[in-house]
Design a protein around this ligand. Structure first.
Ligand code: FAD
Length: 322
């Protein structure tokens, strides 16, 4: 038996960061189970990159029908790969795509499924994992009693751990039927060519305190110096100041970055729910009583219009001198 991971690729055929994190995690679990890690890849020709993170074998699928994600087809493919490898542990990332298909994979394999897993299994027998619960405000220990187990790993909960391996590759041709493609993706519109929130290590986020869309230039400058993605609070996207794809929070995208810089955002519970998993939170707000300061690692009380340009300037100087 081996561990199977689904190593997700972007539409450009490059691995997403979560694929390497999942491989790192799988390798550590495999070591304690004395087994190997097989990665399933779809339409990605850079599979050698996975050897840096401890993957032993790659099952490579090349099929134009799988260029766009459809939950049923992808779940079917993961299911067939798991059966072929006799995998008892199937690992997915907690991305939108994987979370869509995870229940289908679990049903197909008659497996138990635990989402949002953080950290290594707490116990191997019985098999118990720690998961984020209540919008990341608590943890739950979940026991899976089924023979096959499907887990989705919360983003940035384990990190990247290099662990080189000698990789073998095998082409894999799953059987796909018309029923797998009942839902067809007609068109995919890219929101931006910049760093996306999902892949970013750093996110610079703005709230209503920025007063209007015309003031986003200074956040974009800060983001560009840091190689960060930009994000916003819900009212900002509701007002049309920023695209909905940037809205983070309970009803928006979850953000689990290394650094989250919140500018002019009050820190309402619904916003915090989406960014709780970020490692370091920096808050810039003119109101010392803003709730966001309670969860901040670093707080700056002051006017964003003074602080942000100065911060950007200092970072530019730092980069130039280092
Ligand atoms: P405000 O609350 O108006 O705060 C603006 C902040 O900017 C204030 O703290 C102010 O002190 C500060 N400020 C003002 N001027 C300056 C300045 N010059 N310099 C620095 N700081 C300044 N919200 C989300 O973000 N994401 C969600 O997913 C989400 N989901 C929701 C779901 C439900 C069911 C509900 C009811 C609400 C949801 N909300 C969500 C809305 C949430 O409750 C808040 O209303 C929202 O987060 C507030 O946005 P904000 O902080 O940008 O604006």
């Amino acid at each position: 038996m081996s561990i199977l991971i689904y190593a997700e690729s972007s539409s450009e055929g490059k691995f997403k960061k979560v694929a390497f994190e999942l491989a790192s995690y799988a390798k550590k679990v495999a070591e304690s189970l004395n087994t190997t890690v097989t990665a399933l890849t779809i339409n990605n020709s850079n599979t050698a990159e996975l050897s840096k993170y401890g993957v032993d074998k790659v099952l490579k699928i090349s099929n134009d029908k799988l260029n766009n994600f459809t939950a049923r087809a992808f779940a079917d493919v993961v299911k067939q790969a798991a059966a072929k490898e006799n995998a008892k542990l199937v690992l997915l990332s907690s991305t939108t795509d994987s979370l869509y298909m995870a229940p289908l994979v679990a049903i197909g394999l008659n497996a138990g499924f635990a989402s949002n897993v953080v950290g290594l299994p707490v116990n191997m027998s019985p098999f118990q994992v720690k998961r984020n619960a209540f919008s990341n405000k608590a943890f739950a220990i979940t026991e899976l009693e089924t023979e096959i187990k499907v887990l989705s790993l919360a983003k940035n909960s384990y990190g990247l751990v290099e662990n080189s391996s000698s990789l073998t590759e095998e082409d894999f041709t799953p059987t796909l039927s018309e029923a797998d493609f009942g839902i067809k993706v007609e068109n995919v519109e890219k929101t931006t060519g910049k760093v996306t929130i999902a892949d970013a290590e750093v996110v610079v986020s703005g709230g209503r305190g920025l007063k209007g869309p015309e003031n986003w230039g200074m956040l974009e400058e800060l983001a560009s110096v840091l190689g960060a993605a930009t994000a916003c609070s819900k009212p900002v996207s509701d007002l049309g100041w920023r695209p909905h794809s940037e809205h983070v929070g309970q009803t928006g995208k979850p953000v689990a970055t290394n650094l989250y810089i919140a500018v002019g955002i009050s820190g309402a519970i619904q916003h915090i729910a989406g960014i709780n998993s970020s490692k370091v939170k920096v808050v810039i707000n003119s109101d010392p009583e803003a709730p966001f300061f309670k969860v901040a690692d670093y707080g700056i009380v002051g006017d964003a219009f003074e602080i942000v340009p100065k911060l950007t300037q200092k970072l530019r100087e730092f980069k130039a001198n280092s």
